[in-house]
Design a protein around this ligand. Sequence first.
Ligand SMILES: [Zn+2]
Ligand SMILES: [Zn+2]
Length: 297
Amino acid sequence: MSGGIKQLAVDCIPPATLAAAVAFWYFAPAAWVENPWTLLVVSSVYTAFVLGLELVFERHESWRINWQEFLTDLFYFVLINTVIAKMVLVFSEQPLHALKDSLGIATPWFAALPFLVQVALLVFLWEFGQYWMHRLMHNWEPFWLTHAPHHHITQLNAMKGAVGNPLELFLISLGLIALLDVSPAAYLCAFTVTGVVSTFNHANVRSDPPMFYAFFFTSIRHHSYHHSVGYENTRCNYANALILIDRIFGTYKEGEGIIVGQDERRRLSIREQWMFPLRPLIAMFQGKKAEGSVTGN
Ligand SMILES: [Zn+2]
Ligand SMILES: [Zn+2]
């Protein structure tokens, strides 16, 4: 295969994976759709696939995964798919279902729409909420303190989208889709679509998808730019999966980041990531203590 054709094939891996994921849910038997484990199996399969691609089609040597990065990422992958998913269910989706029932909200017409139309609408609604939450996180200090740990990662890999402070992981998972009646397969498909795109846009894979994909979906180029060093450079390309939303709201920026991280690019430990939002409080407390010891002298 000539170099150009080979690179085109590599560039088309993200759209091909996305198409395979959509086809999976479209053709999945009802028993698979109803099985609560299927989503986790699907997420694990495409994540393992993209991790494998990192070994074959590496983008940057400086992002090459090692055991410390892999085990940290795996910890967060498990966390987001178990504890965080459960918290979102209990504190957001179940109350919204109850509200929907008590208010008598019903949208049977939505579940009757063609499968792909439902998936497209769900992805748009989901991403629209995530976009504004993410933009808020970059524009208001209390929310930035929850999101900053995600920006302190110093390299990008397939599971890095799951790395962050637990409070942020919870906040960014909130949405109002639970108020709609949707077909379960379309719901799971939309969730998988955003997951596949987010996995590729954090991965150390040298795929730069063609415009038929990159005009709508966030690519590694878009998202690595969002991870650039320097807070001001991060304030663009907010969309997790649907970069189209940045194009609509004027926050799209063309470019790519290779050196990623924040401040002096020190890698944070899991403990530091979890304690990060408390930094101003700790600094205040330490300041008071120092003041006390000065006056005490
Ligand atoms: Zn961000
Ligand atoms: Zn990210």
